[in-house]
Design a protein around this ligand. Structure first.
Ligand SMILES: [Fe+2]
Length: 205
């Protein structure tokens, strides 16, 4: 018997070139920002701080933005997309102990993702859900140990210094931060973003 898997849901990962340097640089900036600006109110909010979404216009974040663009170019190539990617928006998240992010998608974008600045132990992983209506409607009894392509929910450990990117239509969320650390040592700090497709004149397609 032969088998073909159609309509893939690609999930891409990559470490930045110098994770420790990047995160030691980013953490104080994001911490200071969180003291200055109030949290945005979002439908997926679960108690954390969500920065304004103009992070892509702040020049101090260029070192991370450069890394995101390099990875996004690779994804455009891998997925057969014509040039070129544009960063639609970008923001920081601080999930304090007890906070989380409800399942959601990112409308009007091509690729969404996250970068992990600080991930204390047990501070919550990313999970993605099968986006197809059919397999969510029919849940057959199945054998133990089936391959992960057949799972309905997959959890990805959040790893400091890692970028993860996936289709913006893919339902995802973040588990509750159950860190027992006190103060900022218990903060789960990440950056989220949406990439769009621009035409040759830098206009949105
Ligand atoms: Fe998200």
């Amino acid at each position: 018997m032969k088998r073909e898997l159609l309509f893939p849901t690609p999930i891409y990962f990559k470490m930045v070139s110098n994770p420790q340097k990047m995160n030691n640089y980013l953490f104080p900036l994001i911490k200071a920002w969180s003291k200055k600006d109030k949290s945005e109110k979002k439908t997926n909010a679960g108690g954390g701080w969500h920065s304004p979404v103009d992070m892509n216009f702040k020049k101090e974040y260029k070192p991370l933005i450069d890394e995101l663009f390099i990875m996004q170019q690779e994804i455009f190539k891998d997925y057969g997309m014509q040039d070129k990617p544009g960063l639609g928006n970008m923001w920081s998240n601080i999930n304090y102990p007890g906070s989380y992010n409800k399942q959601h998608i990112h409308p009007n974008s091509h690729w969404s993702g996250a970068y992990y600045v600080r991930v204390p132990k047990n501070s919550g992983n990313l999970f993605v859900e099968d986006p197809r209506a059919g397999p969510n409607h029919i849940l057959p009894r199945r054998l133990k140990g089936i391959p992960r392509q057949l799972w309905r929910v997959v959890i990805y450990p959040a790893i400091e210094g890692q970028m993860i990117m996936f289709p913006a239509w893919l339902t995802h969320g973040v588990e509750m931060n159950e860190s027992k650390e006190k103060g900022e040592k218990g903060w789960r700090v990440s950056v989220s973003f949406n990439f769009i497709q621009l035409d040759k004149d830098n206009k949105r397609e």
